[in-house]
Write a new protein. Structure first.
Length: 130
């Protein structure tokens, strides 16, 4: 796949001409010529959201400390969201969607209402409760 590049002659490996494609999968991520990794990012956000929702009982539970909940979030939700992202071309819009999703998740874990800001004081207060 070429993006914004012109090739005068075809690329050959061992005498075989490489096929030109519109999309391909790399490390389990879908990359398209037009959207880059945007299509894959949508899929990853959906998968991470489904995982987050499946752990809803953990987020609501008072049995687990905030520290434990954040570790569970990082290992089970964030890892799905960010897998392979360092290898892909992410747009600013993709990055903002990722940040918004993560902020929404952390607000829910910490029980911080929308108008309030998550600050170090809130984190310390939540840690003391647990």
């Amino acid at each position: 796949m070429r993006i914004n590049a012109k090739i005068d002659r075809p690329i050959k490996i061992d005498g075989q001409q490489l096929e030109e494609v519109e999309e391909f999968t790399y490390l389990g991520s879908k990359v398209t010529k037009e959207d880059g990794a945007s299509e894959d990012m949508k899929s990853r956000l959906q998968k991470a959201n489904n995982t987050f929702l499946s752990l809803n009982q953990v987020w609501k539970s008072s049995v687990y400390s905030v520290k434990t909940k954040v570790k569970i979030y990082n290992s089970n939700v964030k890892s799905i969201l960010m897998y392979g992202s360092e290898c892909l071309k992410m747009t600013v819009a993709d990055m903002k969607k990722c940040e918004a999703f993560q902020n929404r998740c952390l607000r829910r874990i910490l029980s911080v209402l929308r108008p309030n800001k998550i600050s170090n004081q809130v984190l310390r207060r939540q840690s003391k409760k647990a």
